[in-house]
Design a binder for this molecule. Sequence first.
Ligand SMILES: *[C@@H]1O[C@H](CO)[C@@H](O)[C@H](O)[C@H]1NC(C)=O
Ligand SMILES: *[C@@H]1O[C@H](CO)[C@@H](O)[C@H](O)[C@H]1NC(C)=O
Ligand SMILES: *[C@@H]1O[C@H](CO)[C@@H](O)[C@H](O)[C@H]1NC(C)=O
Ligand SMILES: *[C@@H]1O[C@H](CO)[C@@H](O)[C@H](O)[C@H]1NC(C)=O
Ligand SMILES: *[C@@H]1O[C@H](CO)[C@@H](O)[C@H](O)[C@H]1NC(C)=O
Ligand SMILES: *[C@@H]1O[C@H](CO)[C@@H](O)[C@H](O)[C@H]1NC(C)=O
Length: 360
Amino acid sequence: MAPLVSLLVILLTVSLAESKTFWGDVAALKEFKNSVDTNSMTPGSCLSSWDFTLDPCDNLSGETFTCGFSCDAVVSGSGRVTELILDQAGYSGSLTSVSFNFPYLQTLELSGNYFSGPLPHSLSNLTRLTGLFLSANSFSGSIPASLGSMPLLEELLLDNNILNGSVPTSFNRLSRLKRLEIQQNKISGELPDLSPLENLNYLDASDNRISGPVPSSLPGSLAQISMRNNLMEGTLPESFRNLTSLEVIDLSHNKLNGSIPSFIFTHHPTPQQLTLSFNGFTSIDSPRYYSPSGLPSELISVDLSYNQIRGPLPLFMGLLPKLSALSLENNSFSVFGERKTDQNNGKIIRRFLQVVPRRH
Ligand SMILES: *[C@@H]1O[C@H](CO)[C@@H](O)[C@H](O)[C@H]1NC(C)=O
Ligand SMILES: *[C@@H]1O[C@H](CO)[C@@H](O)[C@H](O)[C@H]1NC(C)=O
Ligand SMILES: *[C@@H]1O[C@H](CO)[C@@H](O)[C@H](O)[C@H]1NC(C)=O
Ligand SMILES: *[C@@H]1O[C@H](CO)[C@@H](O)[C@H](O)[C@H]1NC(C)=O
Ligand SMILES: *[C@@H]1O[C@H](CO)[C@@H](O)[C@H](O)[C@H]1NC(C)=O
Ligand SMILES: *[C@@H]1O[C@H](CO)[C@@H](O)[C@H](O)[C@H]1NC(C)=O
């Protein structure tokens, strides 16, 4: 037993020490570096240290190849690149024709640089990728439908670029996706049906030009949806009742109208944060029956300001047990009028006034 163990240890040690990079990965690293503008590789940056007279995986974290990638897989004795994580050194260049031929890559992170041009279709060859982080660059053009064919992808961050066109329907195949961030682009059209994304819990599509109704088919796993500052119309869909994991809803700065349904305030479990300001809502659907002792609601913060809501003040909000911030300004409420005869009104109004900040 003991000799066998030490033999294994020797074999492991030998293979780790001799993990020269697989030739194809060296070629792909070189190709990647060659596509980055030379004058954007400032002294001290990761890419400026890459010197291919030495072996990349074997010299990683030394004086050459100080940073920018890792080689955590050894396959048939060769080191394979598993992560390409660049520093925010201000790199520029178009990556559109880079082949990204890294079959073992799990993470690609290029955020916070000045990369430009359309996203490369070759990204879809990264079938082991779990994280794609391209935030805050200058990528343009439309989102390639081929991105939908990365079966293990869990995090997809394309925010803060100048991407346009619509979100490809193929995104509904990203069944492992947990986090989708496409905010701050020029994305238009309607979102595709994302209900097959059974693991999605964070969706930020704010600050785009997304039109059509608020998506009615969203996965039940969703905890946070932010679609602020788009061009969506219609009202808050009834299907939101089924999104029982939802904690944060921000649909402000759209063109939503009609009545705000009561379930959003009281259908347990409610969200904690509801932001519907700067829309065209005209009424609030007050819950019909409620006990003056309180309503089953998790809401902590509600912002309905800058709509065209008419009718009496929604005094029932004074009964939401956890509510600590309520904004109703710039609407057309009539101050009194609801349930004047209710003997509990005094208590409810006092509580209501505690949550609504007093204006002078
Ligand atoms: C760099 O890699 C070569 C093999 O390519 C190896 O012989 C050498 O020891 C490494 N140098 C350093 C400083 O790690
Ligand atoms: C994906 O990789 C294969 C094999 O390397 C290659 O032939 C194909 O062109 C690549 N696809 C894209 C979109 O780059
Ligand atoms: C997207 O932007 C590109 C320029 O980056 C432009 O040529 C193209 O027409 C735009 N497409 C859409 C759908 O707006
Ligand atoms: C809510 O989910 C149930 C069960 O999946 C479904 O039958 C119902 O149609 C859904 N309601 C809405 C409004 O989407
Ligand atoms: C809401 O807006 C849409 C168009 O954006 C309009 O067709 C509809 O009549 C409006 N509904 C209400 C209740 O105002
Ligand atoms: C309220 O909003 C309207 C537009 O919705 C605007 O014209 C008006 O100036 C706003 N009033 C205040 C007091 O901000």
